[in-house]
Design a protein around this ligand. Structure first.
Ligand code: HDE
Length: 749
């Protein structure tokens, strides 16, 4: 409680505000007149303006609250109005008697309802559905030869905010739809904010930003009935990509397992465009940014993705927040592919300005330059994940843009969209968007202005504010636009001829896939085109597939019941890039979910031990039992009613629980099983689904009966052990490969 008299408190505030307005800088109001000959003679810069520096604790009028800016909206124990007057009642409107009409003078009612009426802001025009988290980036110092960006220096730590998203769906759509994912990172560097606004796929549908409204109008729901939500499986999408063949490379990535990530934690990220790096000596290099997840790149199966959209539409959001809160912090390495900055701007014959092309990692290795750890969930979803505003033009010294026509258009679009979405030009003053570097701009006024700017001369040159602010000199670490030579050329609406090759890299991607990944791609195309109503669109897309690969085309054509056309372009010889495949590598098990099916009457000592062992391996055990509460001193996380296979990476069967009274109607066991079902059918369903989705299954003791009932004894990736821990060890080995790949009928070589 403030013990000062009101008069003293007011005086203190006035003094503080006056102090803030009269900085001890020559030329500032109230100080001695500047003794300068020329108005632009440099002085010490003005201190950062209060509301534009790093997160701080002062109110806009300069009062120190001690509370972080993000919490300023909520102080003290009592319910108050927006103006701070304490309230006795917020549940009853002011009425003329208990049964009377509501009085217009009820200012609390009006304030409460009016604010509520305006709670929503427009959702993002794309990437509306997303989730963010805070973290820390640590530079390795390995990029110093190619860029002078300070945050990449050895051991330098920079706070970050990352937002993951889908592209097509609305804010309330499901997480696990087939789509590209956004991977946008805000680095609050001390040289200014750097936004790396990337995706989980390294290429894009279009080569020129002017076509962005076209691809998005085609992908969004049909304008007449506004369906389907968050899907590409509809006529307008396939109409566009089959006519507009430069989209074919990105489209095959979407149809691959990359379109349905297992988790944000298991996604790669890509800056997509080629950027220009500048080192301390002013030398330049071209570079592409990559994020590599520590846990490896893993995906859902299509059936899992579809089931999750109903069982848990927030699956990716929940997974991200649960992992961070459990201390299993998601980690990525930032890497760069570096290319010489030649006038042609090509590498190994690949046009580096064409955003529909990759440079295979085998030709230009990804060199690690730093590490990202996400370690804090947002305090308030709206304030942080919803209000965060990224912009590809937020660049620190040492990183610059290239002439990639897609990147050039994005440089315009991101600020423009925030003007509507965040209601005006002052969105960089919103807490999550505030730079952590000192800000001394000459931008003034506008909607939602939070800063109380000192001084009278927000213009240059000036003499009234002592010439402040001053342009940085050569030694002051300023951002310098690289003086790239612009060739003299006629004004044209045209692309370079190298942009005309639309199929060779889609073919490279297809040929780099393992048989099981190829099979998934075929099924995805068959599903999506099967959802189109127009035969002409299916046929046109089949022609595109013929130009990518005849086997791919023939398989999809068979599924659609259509003839497979012949290619209309020569099929190039592509050298596969093994780095593009998810199969055939071993990964750590951190943060993976292991379900343990138990029965109150079973052997619970073993269950205790297995649970500890799962924790010790950095994974999360989920106890699944016939009922909630506790069993043998252990908390039950899922019951047979609430647990579903799709949230698990593996299942351990410690028991064969008999059908409970609330089970679904029993059915006969699978063909070839030992007899009629004596196990709860929901357990059988769970195990069957885990089998179908190629997850490791382990059983011991009575749990082996479930395998017999399900007809899964001696199946690949199904193990039994003498004890719980022995079984877990075998299951863990299987999990390192992510899935039991041999369970998929890999028909396509
Ligand atoms: Fe975006 N994009 N984009 N985009 N984009 C937006 O900005 C745009 C593109 C990406 O979590 C919008 O603030 C144009 C490529 C992400 O807040 C908008 C073009 C890549 C996010 C916009 C592209 C991206 C956005 C909508 C074609 C990967 C979500 C809301 C030239 C490298 C950021 C907003 C977040 C969001 C425009 C293409 C990534 C409208 C014009 C290529 C991750 O400004």
């Amino acid at each position: 409680m403030d013990s000062r008299t009101p008069a003293k408190a007011v005086k203190d505030v006035v003094e503080k505000v006056t102090d803030a307005l009269t900085p001890d800088v020559p030329g500032a109001p109230g100080s001695a007149p500047p003794s300068v000959e020329e108005p632009t003679t440099p002085h010490d810069p003005l201190p950062p303006k209060p509301e534009q520096g790093a997160p701080q604790t002062r109110t806009p009028t300069g009062v120190e609250t001690g509370a972080p800016a993000t919490a300023m909206g909520q102080q003290g124990a009592f319910l108050t109005t927006a103006q701070g007057a304490r309230l006795r009642d917020t549940d009853h409107s002011l009425k003329a008697g208990p049964r009377g009409p509501v009085l217009l003078q009820d200012h609390h009612l009006r304030e409460k309802i009016t604010h509520f009426d305006h709670e929503r802001i427009p959702e993002r025009v794309v990437h509306a559905r997303g989730a963010g988290a805070h973290g820390l980036f640590t530079g390795y110092g390995t990029a110093e030869e190619v860029t002078r960006a300070g945050f990449l220096g050895k051991g330098r730590e920079t706070e970050v905010f990352v937002r993951f998203s889908t592209v097509l769906g609305s804010r309330g759509s499901a997480d696990t739809v087939r789509d590209t994912r956004g991977f946008a990172t805000k680095f609050y560097t001390d040289e200014g904010t750097f936004d790396l606004v990337g995706n989980n796929m390294p290429v894009f549908f279009i080569q020129d930003a002017i076509k962005f409204p076209d691809i998005i109008h085609a992908g969004k729901p049909h304008p007449d009935r506004e369906i389907p939500q968050a899907q590409s499986a509809h006529d307008t999408f396939w109409d566009f990509v089959s006519l507009h063949t430069e989209a074919q490379h990105h489209t095959i990535w979407n149809m691959s397992d990359r379109g349905i990530p297992r988790s944000y934690r298991t996604m790669e990220g890509f800056g997509v465009h080629t950027f220009r790096l500048v080192n301390a000596a002013g030398e330049t290099a071209l570079a592409k940014f990559h994020w590599k997840p520590k846990l490896g790149v893993h995906s859902l199966t299509w059936e899992e993705a579809q089931m999750l959209a109903g069982v848990d539409p927030d699956f990716h959001r929940r997974d991200l927040y649960d992992a961070i809160e459990a201390g299993a912090y998601p980690e990525w390495e930032l890497g760069i592919q570096v290319f010489p900055d030649t006038p042609e701007e090509t590498f190994a014959g690949i046009d580096l300005l064409d955003p529909t092309k990759i440079v295979p990692e085998e030709l230009a290795p990804v060199q690690p330059v730093g590490k990202l750890v996400l370690n804090r969930t947002p305090t308030n979803f709206f304030a942080e994940s919803e209000q965060v505003a990224f912009h590809v033009g937020h660049l620190p010294p040492g990183i610059d843009v290239t002439n990639d026509p897609l990147l050039q258009g994005r440089l315009f679009s991101y600020v423009d969209t925030q003007l509507t979405r965040l209601g005006g030009p002052n969105f960089s003053q919103i807490p999550v968007n505030r730079p952590h570097a000192p800000v001394n701009d000459m931008l003034r006024d506008g909607f939602h202005q939070h800063a109380v700017h000192a001084g009278v001369a927000p213009y240059r040159p000036n003499s009234l504010d002592g010439g402040n602010p001053f342009p940085a000199g050569d030694a002051d670490d300023a951002f310098v636009d690289v003086p790239v030579r612009v060739t003299e050329a006629p004004k044209v609406r045209a692309n370079p001829a190298t942009f005309d090759d639309h199929f060779s890299q889609a073919r490279l991607f297809w040929l780099s896939m393992s048989p099981v990944e190829k099979e998934h791609i075929v099924r995805a195309y068959t599903f999506e085109l099967g959802k189109c109503y127009h035969q002409a669109i299916r046929e046109r897309q089949l022609q595109c597939l013929a130009n990518i690969d005849p086997v791919l085309c023939a398989q999809v054509a068979t599924g659609l019941g259509l003839p497979a056309p012949q290619p209309t372009v020569p099929l190039g010889e592509a050298t596969p890039s093994p780095a593009l495949s998810q199969v055939g590598r071993q990964w750590p098990a951190d943060g993976r979910m292991v379900g343990i099916v138990v029965d109150p009457d079973g052997d619970l000592d073993d269950v205790h031990q297995v649970r500890h062992a799962v924790f010790a391996a950095g994974m999360v055990p989920l106890l699944i039992a016939p009922h909630g509460g506790t069993i043998g001193g252990l908390t039950v996380q899922r019951t047979f009613a609430t647990g579903r296979s799709v949230e698990l990476d593996a299942v351990l069967l410690a028991a064969a629980p008999a059908p409970a009274p609330d089970a679904l109607p029993a059915r006969d066991a699978k063909a070839g099983a030992a007899g009629p079902a004596a196990v709860d059918p929901r357990v059988l369903l769970l195990v069957e689904e885990c089998w179908r989705h190629a997850k490791a299954i382990g059983a011991w003791g009575a749990g082996a009966d479930v395998l017999r009932q399900a007809g899964l004894v001696d199946s690949p990736g199904v193990v039994t052990g003498g004890s719980g821990t022995e079984t877990l060890t075998a299951v863990q080995q299987l999990m390192a490969a992510h899935r039991v790949w041999e369970r998929f009928p890999a028909a396509i070589a």
